[in-house]
Design a protein. Sequence first.
Length: 454
Amino acid sequence: TKDCLAEIEAADALGAFVHKTPEIALERAAAADARIKAGDAPAMCGIPIGIKDLFCTKGVESQAASAILEGFKPEYESTVSQNLADAGAVMLGKLNMDEFAMGSSNETSTYGNAVNPWKIDDRELTPGGSSGGSASAVAADLCLAATGTDTGGSIRQPAAFTGIVGLKPTYGRCSRWGVVAFASSLDQAGPMTKTVRDAAIMMESMASHDPKDSTSAELAVPNFEAMLTGDIKGKKIGIPKEYRMDGMPEEIEQLWADGTAMLKDAGAEIVDISLPHTKYALPAYYVIAPAEASSNLARYDGVRYGHRAKLAAGDGIVEMYEKTRAEGFGPEVQRRVMIGTYVLSAGFYDAYYNRARKVRALIKKDFDDVFAADVDAILTPATPSAAFGLGEMKDADPVQMYLNDVFTVTVNLAGLPGISVPAGLDKQGLPLGLQLIGRPWEEGDLLNTAYALE
Ligand code: GLN
């Protein structure tokens, strides 16, 4: 813990940790030492970790990287961060992210962007988003592991951009209680770690049934680590043709082919599959996620949390709402709220929101059909490219940024588990990731397949 705290101080330029909690860390580390001495050391005992700023942590700033939550210190602890603390993990502080987890480059954060520890010459790169601080911190060895959240790829894309492992569990595996809501039917917390084994250990500690989240599954949490045998003989791995996009860079094609060959060499059976509605996933996601966000973000009204705008004489409650939200929300969040309220409005609900929900059902059915044909896991690239330069996409057409999520959002729409595993370097020497998608609730099997690919 002390070494990590020193590393964090030395690595301020990465912008990964946005609230540091050394006192809490040292206290928990001492408690962990005592537990180890007493012979009562749970799975994560004494392991220094970072917590994404989206998780509410009792008495510690939890701002979701938004100015509107400035100074907000929750009275309660999220179930996931509590589970980790109960398992002995030591929180070092809170990690940078895109504002309300909306973004793919960590550049919408009110704290300013985090930086990828990987560089090309002197060019600074994005660590990805929205869990960019988590990815940067783990990749730079500031902590041993970090929590992330994934609504449309926010664990898997930054993991791929920084050469680490990121697992989005099945929807319902981790409690959403105390995690600031973005799009409630898509949001899931998950581990971001150096290795698949670490992801298995951390996953087991994070997951639980929680009566405080009505979508949390009433299922036993398996010992995921014990499932890492590396034996994938006879497993059927599907390669979906729809993920072979036009204009896909050759090195991504190559990465995918190499990953396929590795699984085959390990004894898996490779089959070509079709997920016919894939091309509608991104537009459906960018209707559903903003719709849910616009509703979830209605609570930031200047009354209950954080920031309240200064008012002029004669201003009433409407002006207070308007000024507070105009000042407190950044441009990407405002864009999402506007899109969301538009697609939910009486005149456009059927044309957009309802249609997107139908598309979502078809996307889920595509996966159901493939799994019904005995496919065990699906292999795809995690991202369409390696990490891009900071500032490069920020002011471009927002749709360019949204295209980063093309391989990841399907998994959230279908509620499935997905993992990004480091799979080599591109021509410039930057990390690339492969994604494995598994059957619902079979994270153990998925982790084992990822283990064979590692
Ligand atoms: N990049 C996607 C978005 O901006 C995904 C975000 C996420 O998974 N939290 O919505």
